[in-house]
Design a protein around this ligand. Structure first.
Ligand code: MG
Length: 385
């Protein structure tokens, strides 16, 4: 679907839907950027199991910005509404309101609640200006994704033979006692020196999380991701919800030696700042595609010396390239000798789509900076025409 507005896309409509006006209070400035977008609906090769049921297809928006000199940039809005983002319908409506002819001031006025659209537009604008972050690494490790339950066991050896040494296992989907009993079998199947990540997607209550964390203490568990997630009341979590989520997770993090990583808890606007402000001692899973102002977020994380894992939002190669560029530019944690020790990427997702033209590079234990640069947004754009 091609989104094409007109130069007369009304200022009044922008105001009606909450677009912020410039300091002058008026919509001004020449329109010097051409905005096009294509909304896509891309079936996964196999439905993805989530805490909210099966997810059969990815929906999103690829945006294309072109300057008067013919420079082009692409970006992707890949919202995940059950993570608390807007919907793709809202992003499409936002893009239509901007219209085909726009400028930097109008792009900046897109409301905060359309965080994924803001992300896409910022990425496209940066690319158009020729600005890209400098890679700090030649190659980064990738975590191998294991299926939930006993099926994980059969998947470890073939991945280990490919060279994977970081594995991620989905938990919190079956009976707790059965899953905990399986943990030792999974650990025993790992090659020496491997690390295991457990991702509960917020499925556990406090007591269940405590049982797991006790069990993880002497095992090669790199971290437990999102053990609990305070149930939200309504679409916009309020202050009481946030406090409950913080109390629960900070309490767990302070009581066990295995680090805890936050994923669902850091998906909303302002969450990164909030958790850093609360003194979060664990790891933060960053899905760049969901962050409206990625540059500002990365500066905040850097300043706080945060421990970060960069992760896929199951976006196409357009969004994934920007996300992985951010990961390559991130200097990472340092060991005692001052050596950079970046954590394995949460990008072990490809091949992901039924239409392989939307995929990033097929996942190997390491991805090189040059593989990221070879990802071609134009090819995705064309595939979606
Ligand atoms: Mg997760």
């Amino acid at each position: 679907m091609n989104g094409v507005g007109s130069r007369s896309a009304g200022a009044n409509r922008k105001s009606e839907v909450g677009f912020a006006r410039g300091r002058s209070g008026a919509w001004c400035g020449a329109v010097n950027l051409r905005l096009q977008f294509r909304r896509y609906r891309a079936p996964f090769r196999a439905p993805v199991r989530t805490a909210h049921g099966m997810w059969p297809e990815r929906e999103g928006l690829i945006v294309r910005l072109e300057s008067e000199t013919g420079a082009v940039g692409f970006g992707e809005a890949a919202p995940i509404p059950w993570f608390g983002t807007e919907t793709v319908e809202e992003d499409e409506a936002g893009a239509r309101i901007l219209g085909e002819w726009t400028n930097a001031e109008h792009l900046a006025a897109v409301p905060e609640r359309l965080g994924c659209l803001k992300h896409a537009l910022a990425a496209a604008k940066a690319e158009l200006a020729g600005s890209k972050p400098t890679a700090a690494h030649k190659a980064l490790g990738v975590a191998a994704l294991l299926p939930a339950g006993r099926a994980a066991l059969a998947q470890i050896e073939p991945r280990a033979e490919l060279g994977f040494r970081v594995f991620k296992w989905k938990v919190g989907v079956a009976d707790t006692a059965d899953e905990i009993a399986l943990l030792d079998d999974v650990c025993a199947a790992l090659p020496g020196g491997s690390k295991l990540r457990l991702d509960a997607n917020g499925a556990w209550d406090r007591r269940t999380a405590e049982r797991w964390l006790e069990r993880c203490a002497d095992r090669p568990v790199e971290f437990v991701e999102q053990p609990c997630f305070a149930p939200r009341s309504g679409a916009t979590p309020g202050a009481a919800w946030r406090r409950k989520d913080e109390d629960l997770l900070l309490g767990l993090a302070g009581s066990f030696p295995t680090p805890i990583a936050l994923d669902e808890s850091v998906a909303g606007a302002g969450d990164i700042e909030r958790w850093i402000g609360a003194g979060w001692p664990g790891i933060l899973v960053i899905k760049p595609a969901l962050i409206a102002d990625l540059r500002a977020a990365l500066r905040t994380l850097e300043k706080a010396k945060a421990r970060v894992v960069f992760s896929s939002a199951l976006e196409t190669a357009v969004g994934a390239r920007g996300a992985m560029r951010a990961a390559f530019a991130w200097s990472g944690e340092r060991d005692a000798a001052g050596e950079s020790r970046p954590r394995a990427l949460g990008f072990g997702v490809w091949p992901l789509f039924a239409d392989t033209r939307l995929d990033g590079p097929v996942t190997m234990p390491f991805v090189r900076a040059e593989d990221v640069e070879r990802m071609n947004p134009e090819a995705v754009w064309t595939a979606l025409s």
